[in-house]
Design a protein around this ligand. Structure first.
Ligand code: HEM
Length: 247
């Protein structure tokens, strides 16, 4: 990464920053691999509507890819591409969130199908996990719309953008933390549905599940640290200085 004009502490800070971003990628990929192995190996693999019980298995996989891994990376792009033109970084940030929304939409379709197409059909939206999940997704959609209209839509004035930015940052992190909490609840719920009796004897599936949860928490801590540390915030590049909007 380019680090022009930086000395001493700043150089050291940036070295740590690079390692932390790599750690976040490693943890994100590990979470995706662990949930894929859990569903693919221990829970009979993947199928679409022809087998609703197994269609469920796309739900955890796609929610973790979308709401955890891609969402985390979308938040990191402003810190990682600190010297690139802001408009490109904004487009990358918005696009990663679109990808996160698409994965989440398919993940939700999978779980609703797995309830509605079962014989007999199963109840929807009764658990705390499902309520938290729905609220999180709705807030995520609203946040995306707010961000798009304020920062990418050419119509929003500089004053509106400046006023909205702190809310966007606060809600971005809050929704991510809600997604992490929701995912952990879903993991516990699925564990109890599928291996309630064996869980206390620590079978390999149970260990994998526990490591999956720990990996997601470690990823969340790493990402929240990177995003909230003031030294890692993006400085305005010389051509943006007159705009004073860089976070
Ligand atoms: C942030 C990510 C997640 C969100 C937003 C989310 C959201 C939802 C929603 C809205 C439902 C209700 C579907 C219905 O009522 O038909 C649901 C169901 C379910 N989810 Fe998730 N989910 C997430 C991650 C996970 C993960 C990682 C697992 C782990 C296996 C999981 C396990 C379950 C289970 C077992 C159900 C069915 C029982 C229930 O409705 O609570 N979810 N999820």
């Amino acid at each position: 990464m380019e680090s022009y004009g930086l000395h001493g502490d700043q150089q050291r800070n940036l070295r740590w920053f690079t390692w932390l971003v790599l750690l976040a990628q490693l943890l994100g990929l590990t979470a995706v691999i662990l949930v894929a192995v859990w569903m693919g190996h221990f829970r009979s693999g993947f199928a679409w509507q022809e087998n609703p019980a197994i269609e469920f298995n796309y739900h955890p996989l796609f929610m973790i890819i979308g709401m955890i891994f891609l969402y985390a990376d979308a938040m990191l792009v402003y810190r990682v591409f600190r010297n690139d033109r802001k408009i490109y970084v904004k487009i990358l940030h918005g696009s990663l969130h679109v990808a996160a929304l698409l994965f989440s939409a398919v993940g939700l379709k999978a779980v609703f199908d797995s309830h509605n197409l079962a014989d007999p059909p199963k109840a929807n939206l009764y658990s705390l996990h499902s309520w938290m999940g729905l609220i999180t997704i709705i807030l995520f959609g609203l946040q995306w719309l707010g961000g798009f209209l304020s920062f990418l839509w050419p119509g929003a004035s500089l004053g509106i953008r400046k006023q909205y930015m702190p809310f966007h940052t606060f809600w971005g992190l809050t929704i991510f933390c809600m997604a992490v909490g929701t995912a952990l609840m879903g993991i516990v719920e699925k564990t109890l549905f599928s291996i309630m009796k064996q869980y206390s004897s620590m079978p390999s599936e149970g260990l994998l599940i526990n490591f999956l949860g720990l990996t997601i928490v470690a990823l969340a801590i790493t990402v929240v640290y990177i995003v909230t540390k003031s030294e890692y915030k993006r400085e305005p590049t010389p051509d943006e200085e007159h705009i004073q909007l860089a976070e």
